[in-house]
Design a protein around this ligand. Structure first.
Ligand code: HEC
Ligand code: HEC
Ligand code: HEC
Ligand code: HEC
Ligand code: HEC
Ligand code: HEC
Length: 405
């Protein structure tokens, strides 16, 4: 399996050790793993222009987007700040220069940015300087600071390390269980057939201890049956969120573009990858090997078969839009620090207890919330007689996701 850590460098781990005690047959085995990780936050050190490099050069010619050399002369600062923050909004509002660019660049939308105006001024200055900072230590001029620090500060930075520890706990548990069962079988075999150990109490002690340990492990496992916390399957393409959402700071919504308005967050089609990979043909880690698989999918018109990581049972209804847009819950609260993961791992157990625990403690976001404003308005209109009745359709009875999984 491709073992991609969440943090770099990958935690070196000491291997487990066996402890054998009590004569022939009685082994009590303890496997310990000690993940020792130093935590480095590459993303935090990346400067604000890093994300733009996915699609722009400064003087290196056209990529996905225009060459940015001389862009400060092509538009005024106010226009540039607005465009860089949210070009789609400008295109939708019909700004002629923005619409023209959009048409010219095959209607590839530039992803929105949450850079502050000051940070953008920094980026523009950097462009005006022709990006004259050595590769690898790109830094934005002026007093601006990369801002992802504040975005991630609310999460426990060690979440994924803990996840890795718990996964190795799980592996240990499984190994312990297998060994305990083997021990039990050996002692039963010796008791009945080989009779190497004369003192029978030794057999009984081994069997009793095995039943006790095995039973406890079974109980712990049974409670989580069907759950897959720390599930981390290999994917058909070694797609890395750390490279995309972390280092290149591509917004989650750029790819999971239905998360805010539908039940499913959705996995982007290969065509979305091509917005960039029609130009970006090789990566630092995997060269052209993995990216070539995107072209393969496009050429052969077959979808990439991603393995679904998070799975709720069919009888559970879960809606992304309700949580992301109405509840204003951040992706990271449920999925962990995805931008640091090379390979996606499920960090929460997705148990009913987990859902309920959050519902018990989380405030409903009534303020500035279209979802609730609608209800409030209807309530007002009913009260002042403007409306006689409210039909189910008025409260969303026509929305597909209310009835369909
Ligand atoms: C996913 C690719 C992508 C990324 C990432 C991206 N852009 Fe763009 N950018 C485009 C495209 C495509 C256009 C052309 C306009 C359009 O299609 O909307 C564009 C246009 C522009 C323009 C107008 C250029 C001109 O010649 O008038 C500026 C300025 C710009 N981008 C700045 C930035 C900055 C700054 C960043 C990083 C914060 C950035 N872009 C990140 C794709 C991208
Ligand atoms: C460049 C496109 C892209 C961006 C940006 C992106 N993702 Fe993804 N995401 C994918 C693809 C492709 C998959 C499926 C492959 C995989 O699981 O790694 C995926 C899978 C996932 C999954 C696992 C889904 C499952 O199978 O259960 C989660 C959770 C997720 N993304 C969350 C995020 C979050 C949160 C962000 C922003 C921090 C983000 N993604 C940004 C493309 C993207
Ligand atoms: C309240 C918790 C919660 C939040 C917030 C949340 N997710 Fe999810 N996400 C889940 C659960 C639970 C599943 C599994 C759904 C299933 O199996 O039906 C999931 C599944 C996914 C998947 C797999 C495809 C799918 O739609 O089932 C992707 C991709 C994903 N989430 C991305 C995101 C992104 C991006 C965000 C932020 C914009 C986000 N999620 C916010 C809980 C959450
Ligand atoms: C907004 C632009 C953008 C989109 C969309 C995008 N990528 Fe990328 N991708 C990049 C950039 C930039 C790199 C980094 C190239 C580098 O490291 O030199 C990259 C690198 C990669 C790599 C190589 C990683 C490595 O380090 O070797 C793979 C594989 C990849 N992308 C797959 C995908 C897949 C699959 C999708 C669609 C789900 C996708 N990308 C969507 C911009 C994008
Ligand atoms: C991190 C917090 C959090 C977690 C975890 C969470 N929820 Fe929620 N959930 C919310 C919030 C906040 C709301 C209120 C949204 C609103 O105002 O309608 C909500 C509302 C709901 C609703 C009622 C709204 C609707 O969709 O009609 C359902 C159903 C729901 N959640 C299901 C789930 C399930 C199932 C899970 C577990 C798989 C889960 N939630 C996990 C925060 C969470
Ligand atoms: C009030 C509940 C409700 C809403 C809202 C709803 N549907 Fe349905 N839908 C159903 C039911 C019930 C069936 C099963 C009908 C049957 O088996 O004859 C169904 C069946 C379907 C089918 C299967 C084909 C068929 O005709 O049997 C499709 C496709 C579908 N719906 C799409 C949608 C889309 C798209 C939307 C949103 C525009 C939507 N539905 C909104 C209740 C709903």
């Amino acid at each position: 399996m491709i073992i991609n850590g969440f943090v770099s460098p990958k935690a070196p781990r000491t291997t487990g050790f066996f402890t054998r005690i009590l004569g022939i047959g009685l082994f009590i085995l303890l496997l310990f793993n000690f993940p020792q990780t130093s935590y480095s936050q590459t993303a935090a050190d990346e400067a604000n222009f890093a994300v733009c490099k996915a699609c722009h050069t400064i003087g290196g010619g056209r990529l996905v987007g225009p060459d940015l050399k001389g862009v400060n002369e092509r538009h005024d600062e106010e226009w540039l700040i607005k465009f860089i923050q949210n070009s789609t909004q400008m295109i939708e509002s019909g700004d002629p220069a923005a619409v023209k660019l959009f048409e010219e660049y095959n209607k590839i939308p530039m992803p929105p940015n949450n850079l502050s105006p000051d940070q953008i001024r920094g980026v523009l200055k950097y462009i005006a300087n022709d990006g004259k900072v050595a590769e690898g230590e790109v830094s934005v001029t002026g007093d601006t600071k990369p801002q992802e620090v504040t975005e991630t500060a609310i999460h426990d930075p060690d979440e994924e390390i803990i996840a890795e520890m718990k996964r190795s706990d799980f592996r240990n548990m499984r190994n312990t269980f297998i060994i305990v069962v083997i021990l039990m079988l050996i002692s039963i075999f010796d008791l009945l057939v080989t009779k190497l150990i004369k003192a029978r109490w030794i057999h009984f002690i081994i069997i009793l201890i095995s039943i006790f340990i095995g039973g406890e492990l079974l109980f712990v496992e049974a409670a989580g049956l069907g759950r897959q916390q720390y599930y981390q399957p290999d994917q058909p393409i070694a797609f890395s969120h750390k490279v995309h959402a972390g280092q290149n700071k591509i917004d989650c919504m750029y790819c999971h573009f239905t998360a805010d308005k539908s039940m499913h967050a959705g996995i982007p089609p290969a065509a979305t990858c091509m917005n960039c990979h029609s130009q970006v043909k090789s990566g630092k880690e995997t060269g052209t090997k993995e990216i070539a698989k995107i072209y393969d999918a496009i050429d052969n018109n077959k979808p990439i078969e991603w393995v679904k990581v998070h799975n709720l049972p069919d009888h559970v209804y879960f809606n992304h839009a309700q949580h992301v847009t109405v509840g204003k819950v951040a992706c990271a609260e449920c999925h962990g620090e995805v931008e640091k993961m090379d390979e996606i791992i499920q960090v929460k157990d997705l148990s009913m207890g987990w859902c309920i625990e959050c519902h018990r403690t989380k405030d409903v976001q009534f303020a500035n919330n279209k979802f609730y404003d609608n209800f409030a308005q209807m309530h007002e209109k009913l009260k002042n007689g403007e409306k006689k009745t409210v039909k189910v359709i008025d409260i969303g009875g026509e929305e597909c996701q209310r009835c369909h999984y």
